[in-house]
Design a protein around this ligand. Structure first.
Ligand code: NAD
Ligand code: UD1
Length: 343
């Protein structure tokens, strides 16, 4: 019998790639999503890639009753990977209560239902945002968690605390994965990021500018204390990220955890500047990008990249794909969307 994993937010950008990787690794998957930021058609796209249609449950995890019903229906779960959340930093500054409500209630309801049904393996999507502007680089998991800049960032910090408190009083065990900057799309070109409205993040803004949906990319700041003056981030291919989740689930199911609450950075361990990302995009796509320098974006830190040795040594996972792969796949995905090949 296959181990069955519940993936909340599984039709979303990162979740859909993890569902593919889980199914390709022999897991059965149930997706729970309310489609507030994704489309049901993603389930068909996943089936095209893997040959297996994952179970899909339309559930709003803010609704405790509906969440309990979901777990009543799927009593045989080996674990849960929790992606369901809102993620736009700027929007969270404008509507903090909506962010706290969705991100925290969804987590609490999921954990409560897990405890009720004695499902003990939990993987959580956290973010390098918890490190704020780190005191030293590369940043490792022991670095101090800094006061959050946004309500979104605060929901990740509070979520990690809620998980830790729950573990202290139950048989739950968890792995929190702190993502650096996930980008790119699946190598099939069949799933990728689907930003609603104007993208906030760099890579979808680049590909939408290249395809002609946006006039010009604004590079936020060229006077940072970095070699070319633009910010540095640790961009990681979403397919590499997916493999780390499978490693985390296998570690939990195989009862190999040393502690009940483990945390791993997921990045490549190297940083690239905004200008390097643009140059790499131009090189791999053959498209000249329209961009101009603009003011710094409030809340941006100059540079951050990960120390990934813990994930490398303990999870036995390492990011393999480089910035060329990230840009190439993101561009193929954008073109497939534009050609109407996806929806
Ligand atoms: P996404 O918006 O593409 O996916 C999130 C999914 O969750 C969507 O399909 C949405 O419909 C669903 N969802 C949201 N609220 C829900 C609710 N109440 N009930 C059921 N479903 C709900 O986002 P993503 O980029 O795939 O991010 C996934 C997770 O990873 C999020 O928790 C996000 O905070 C975290 N994360 C993302 C990044 C990034 O750069 N994308 C970085 C760090 C952490
Ligand atoms: C942002 C969030 C972070 C979140 C992550 C994933 C902030 C401060 N941080 O990370 O909490 O986990 O997204 O959702 O919002 N850039 C431009 N022009 C653009 C867009 C971005 O120059 O149009 C630059 C930014 O200044 C930054 C880099 O590109 O230096 C990456 O930006 P982005 O993709 O938004 O990610 P982060 O800001 O690192």
């Amino acid at each position: 019998m296959k181990n069955k994993i519940l993936v909340t937010g599984g039709t979303g950008y990162i979740g859909s790639h993890i569902v593919v990787e889980l199914q390709n690794s022999g897991f059965a998957v149930v997706i729970a999503d309310n489609l507030c930021n994704s489309k049901k058609e993603i389930v068909i796209q996943i089936e095209k890639i893997t040959g297996v249609k994952p179970d899909f449950e339309l559930v709003d995890l803010k609704d405790s009753g509906a969440t309990l019903q979901l777990f009543e229906k799927h009593k045989d779960l080996s674990g849960v990977i929790h992606f369901a959340a809102y993620k736009a930093v700027g929007e969270s500054m404008e509507f903090p209560l909506i962010y706290y409500h969705n991100n925290l209630f969804s987590l609490i309801n999921t954990l409560q239902a897990m405890l009720k049904h004695n499902i003990n393996n939990f993987v959580f999507s956290s973010s390098c945002t918890v490190y704020g502007d780190p005191d030293s680089l590369p940043v490792d998991e022991k670095a101090v968690v800094k006061p959050p800049i946004s309500p979104y960032g605060n929901t990740k910090q509070i979520s990690e605390e809620i998980i830790s408190d729950t573990i202290n009083t139950s048989s739950l065990q968890s792995i929190s994965l702190r993502y650096f900057n996930p980008v790119g799309a699946h190598s099939s070109g069949l799933i990728g990021e689907l930003p609603l409205g104007v993208p906030n993040n760099l890579v979808p803004f680049i590909t939408q500018t290249a395809i002609g949906k946006r006039d010009v990319l604004k590079v936020f700041g060229n006077d940072y204390p970095t070699p070319d003056g633009t910010c540095i981030r640790d961009y990681i291919h979403v397919e590499d990220l997916a493999k780390a989740h499978v490693a985390a689930v296998e570690r939990m199911i195989g009862q190999k955890q040393k502690e009940n609450c483990e945390i791993f950075n997921l990045g490549t361990g190297a940083g690239n500047s905004v200008l390097e990302v643009i140059k790499t995009f131009e090189k791999t796509s053959g498209v000249k990008l329209r961009y101009q320098f603009a003011d710094r974006r409030p809340g941006d830190i100059p540079e951050v990249w990960a120390d990934t040795s813990l994930a490398n040594n303990v999870l036995g996972w390492k990011a393999r794909k480089n910035l060329d792969d990230m840009m190439r796949s993101a561009w193929i995905w954008e073109q497939n969307l534009a050609k109407g090949k996806i929806f």
